[in-house]
Design a protein around this ligand. Structure first.
Ligand SMILES: [Zn+2]
Ligand SMILES: [Zn+2]
Length: 223
């Protein structure tokens, strides 16, 4: 399940976008806001207490900050695709390597905490679906051939399970799991707060968005 859900979530999202061809990304803003709140709440409820239990608080803090910095660095290359806000304009028909590379590192890291914390899998899944829909709309709107976009999405879908696999089978990852989880917490804190920040245009009061965010937090609490 832990391996299959992230792959299916991404691939089905691409197929959905390919066949329904939604023109507007705005329709998915609520889904994105929900995914941000849900992921943030799960990170705080599930992942954060665990790393502090297993290691000294001061060094954990450093690794969480490193995760935040790493995500900021990755977004120089992805222009924010991890938080579903494609600031990128892409006119080429060649494979977007920089976007792919930065998204892959991000997704691989996300797979690591899944190896021992199963609750977070739903947070990652909803996050993947929201990102995959927005990424698919973007990719299919570029000059890339649809088959190349599909290939991009297929490889992208495999990265999170690969991270989980490495965390389960490779001793280097297993031995440093607490530190790596702390880095992932930093990554998730950064993207989920940016999602919430960017989802409130001009800080106008939006009841639907507020309900969706409250729902995300509540569901995460009872999961
Ligand atoms: Zn992600
Ligand atoms: Zn952004």
């Amino acid at each position: 399940m832990i391996y299959l859900l992230p792959i299916l979530g991404v691939l089905l999202s691409f197929i959905f976008v390919y066949f329904t061809k939604p023109k507007k990304k705005d329709r998915f803003k609520l889904l994105l806001a929900f995914s941000g709140a849900f992921l943030l709440a799960l990170t705080i409820f599930e992942l954060l207490p665990e790393v502090y239990e297993h290691s000294n608080a001061r060094s954990i803090g450093i690794f969480i900050m490193l995760g935040i910095l790493l995500q900021i660095f990755l977004e120089f290359f992805s222009k924010g695709a991890e938080h579903g806000h494609v600031h990128l304009s892409y006119e080429n028909n060649t494979f977007p390597w920089l976007l792919f590379g930065s998204l892959s590192i991000h997704s691989l890291l996300e797979g690591i905490p899944l190896s021992e914390n199963t609750g977070i899998v739903y947070g990652i899944l909803i996050h993947k679906i929201a990102i995959a829909i927005i990424l698919s709309i973007f990719l299919l709107g570029t000059k890339l051939r649809p088959i190349i976009s599909g290939f991009f999405i297929l490889l992208f879908s495999l990265m999170t399970p690969l991270g989980t696999y490495l965390a389960t089978h490779f001793s280097f990852v297993k031995d440093n799991l607490v530190q790596l989880n702390a880095i992932v917490i930093g990554v998730l804190l950064h993207i989920s707060t940016v999602i919430l920040f960017e989802s409130s245009e001009g800080h106008k009061f939006n009841l639907r968005k507020l309900i969706v965010i409250t729902l995300g937090i509540t569901i995460a609490y009872f999961l």
